[in-house]
Design a protein around this ligand. Structure first.
Ligand SMILES: [Zn+2]
Length: 101
């Protein structure tokens, strides 16, 4: 039976405390420590690693267009450098030709 002020684990549903009475499975705790609780002791590590995984997934998803743009710019920069290298080789060959004559 749910009593007013009761908190339950968001993951497994186990009772984790009552902010009105200050009762928790580990004994008396402060009102603030109880209202902050979302998970039981057993679920907290797993819940945190799930949240981290979701956050990382979202971050990678957000960064994907930026990464794609950076890769495209890099490809263009490499093409420009290749073209410039060819011009340098041509100028060098021409210069060597003139020195020989
Ligand atoms: Zn739990």
């Amino acid at each position: 039976m749910k009593v007013e002020g009761d908190h339950f684990c968001s993951r497994c549903g186990v009772w984790i405390g009552n902010h009105n009475t200050g009762e928790t499975p580990e004994g008396q705790k402060s009102f603030f420590s109880i209202i902050r609780r979302k998970y039981c002791e057993e679920c907290r590590p797993a819940a945190i690693s799930e949240q981290t995984r979701v956050r990382l997934h979202n971050l990678r998803h957000r960064n994907k267009p930026k990464l794609k743009q950076a890769a495209d710019e890099l490809t263009k920069a490499v093409e420009v450098i290749e073209a410039q290298r060819e011009v340098i080789m041509m100028l060098k060959a021409e210069l060597e030709n003139r020195v020989k004559r």
